[in-house]
Design a protein around this ligand. Structure first.
Ligand SMILES: Cc1cc2nc3c(=O)[nH]c(=O)nc-3n(C[C@H](O)[C@H](O)[C@H](O)COP(=O)(O)OP(=O)(O)OC[C@H]3O[C@@H](n4cnc5c(N)ncnc54)[C@H](O)[C@@H]3O)c2cc1C
Length: 505
């Protein structure tokens, strides 16, 4: 056997005999940041947790990621259409390339996509939670998340719960630029030792392998079995353990829990609910697939020195007066900044947010919510378990073009007012080269009304009393901040919700 599954305290699903029933208080499905964060906080609260991960592979090295790719191809294959057809037709299964970061969208490995994410972190802005034409509102506000963001900061080992330009100008001995109509948003990057949720240490010094969670590797969710408005159990299967050979089904067993958390990533969360036909009374599961579309080439051309002073450029690039990157001692967190149209401008112009790097570069914007951008089931089945495969159709809308064009024009004018000159590539050339860039959002969105979404404000599936969804699939709108910091804050909040629910019994 090439891979070291079954080591440490991590069990191998293939060792669980067919017909067995594993019982626990909470079963978490998926070992990315969403699942591990919820599982660890539940365990710290004294709640028994089983965390299952479908992959046969532990993670930590590039070799393990590369070895996991053939399994991923078999399990995640389907059809990616719409905007994907331009340059990401293999979106669902893109392999590890070792070079091009945009070429690896989804992992099927212990730790999930945290095996290679960039760690870039910032809370969502208050405007993200507001309902506006094109952008769905959340059933919670930014203020409702403040306390959970505050807990996510030490959990991610970030430097400080500070994302304002003035604070960071002090740390970097730099200056805050002023660009009409734009705010400066600071991003902290999680230190490399803390990024992979399969191998990182938690605030108490434990790791996933020794923190007391019953982790079962090689345990794929196949089906969710409801009885009325309650999940009775889930159906799970392992695969053969010789990882030098293509996987075949091995043992099949059930897990019975008081509550279940689906944390498989935004594509697989919707796929699993569709497979089990759960939460879809209003045809909402899989809809509103969103991302932060990224152009693969430079489309904003500007020289930072032409409109910013050297101390202002240093703030934007997170550099010290010495010219070195700033790094937090111990955790290696670093920082940098983006120009983003202010909330006032976004409301006034009816646009989403958009990133501008001080020195230009690629474009990256907030996609509007679109019900036709969606995941459905295909008639074809996967080669391992024989389950219907997923079809994902990524569709943009007129709001997206407006966001790009309006903010491009505003940025050019603002730069010109400071003596610089920015040139922006026209939309038709940009739209032909957009990639999803790793942030998969929507598909099981949060809503007050079951007719408008899949989960409620507590992330519980509407109409089911013990099934929850974690991850960016629950976001009703994307904002512009990278999603994982918010995924983590929401998972800490979900763990606390379940702690209170169990305490009331
Ligand atoms: C190149 C790249 C760079 C990125 N950089 C950043 C960044 O800088 N900042 C940021 O905020 N975000 C970034 N992201 C996004 C980030 O990786 C995701 O937001 C995050 O990993 C999502 O966490 P998750 O736990 O919801 O899902 P995932 O990390 O995808 O984990 C899902 C888990 O579920 C498992 N699973 C799937 N199906 C089953 C099943 N049937 N049974 C059991 N287990 C199953 C998978 O194997 C996987 O382990 C990046 C992504 C990419 C691709």
């Amino acid at each position: 056997m090439a891979n070291s599954i079954g080591t440490n305290s991590i069990r191998n699903g293939a060792d669980i005999p067919t017909g067995s029933v594993v019982k626990t208080q909470v079963c978490v499905v998926g070992s990315g940041p969403a699942g591990v964060t919820a599982a660890w906080h539940l365990k710290k609260a004294g709640i028994d947790v089983v965390l299952i991960e479908g992959s046969r592979f532990e993670s930590g090295t590039d070799a393990q990621r590369e070895a996991s790719w053939p399994d991923k191809t078999l399990l995640y294959a389907g059809e990616a259409t719409g905007v994907f057809k331009n340059i990401e037709p293999d979106f669902l299964i893109q392999p590890f390339s070792g070079q091009d970061s945009n070429a690896w969208e989804r992992e099927r490995i212990l730790g999930g996509t945290s095996a290679h994410w960039g760690g870039q972190s910032r809370p969502l802005s208050p405007i993200t939670f507001e309902a506006r034409p094109g952008y769905a509102g959340w059933p919670i506000s930014r203020a409702d998340l403040d306390a959970w963001y505050a807990q996510a900061v030490p959990f991610c080992a970030l430097y400080a719960n500070e994302f304002g330009a003035d604070f960071w100008a002090g740390v970097l001995q730099a200056e805050v630029p002023s660009l009409a109509g734009f705010d400066i948003e600071m991003y902290q990057f999680v230190g490399e030792d803390y990024r992979n949720f399969a191998t990182r240490t938690f605030p108490d010094g434990s790791t996933l392998a020794d923190c007391g969670i019953d982790v079962i590797l090689n345990a794929s969710l196949l089906g969710i079995e409801p009885a009325g408005g309650h999940v009775r159990r889930i159906r799970v299967a392992s695969m053969t353990t010789d990882t030098t050979q293509p996987p075949k089904p091995a043992t099949r067993f059930h897990i019975e829990a008081d509550a279940y958390i689906l944390a498989c990533g935004a594509v697989a969360n919707a796929h699993q609910l569709l497979l089990s036909n759960i939460g879809n009374e209003h045809d909402q599961v899989g809809r509103y697939f969103m991302c932060h579309p990224l152009s693969s080439d430079r489309v904003v051309f500007v020289d930072a020195d032409s409109y910013l002073s050297p101390p202002q450029v240093r703030l934007m690039n997170g550099k010290l007066p010495s010219g070195d990157d700033w790094r937090a001692p111990g955790t290696n967190v670093n920082v940098n900044a983006r120009f983003v149209p202010s909330e006032e401008v976004q409301r006034h112009e009816g646009i989403g947010a958009c990133w501008f790097w001080a020195g230009g570069g690629q474009c990256y914007f907030e996609m509007a919510s679109n019900p036709d951008s969606r995941i459905t089931l295909l008639d074809t089945v996967d080669e391992v378990f024989g389950l219907p495969q997923a079809r994902i159709d990524w569709q943009l809308s007129a709001f997206d073009q407006k966001t790009y064009e309006v903010t491009g024009a505003l940025y050019s004018a603002a730069v010109a007012a400071h003596g610089g000159s920015a040139s922006i590539t026209p939309w038709p050339q940009v739209v032909a080269q957009l990639t999803v860039n790793g942030h998969h959002i929507g598909t099981t969105r949060m809503s007050e009304d079951p007719a408008d979404g899949v989960v409620d404000a507590n992330l519980k599936v509407h109409g089911i009393d013990n099934l929850y969804v974690a991850g960016s699939s629950v976001f009703p709108s994307t904002g512009i901040s990278n999603p994982t910091f918010t995924i983590i804050a929401l998972s800490i909040r979900l763990a606390d919700h379940l702690r209170q629910r169990f305490a009331m019994r």
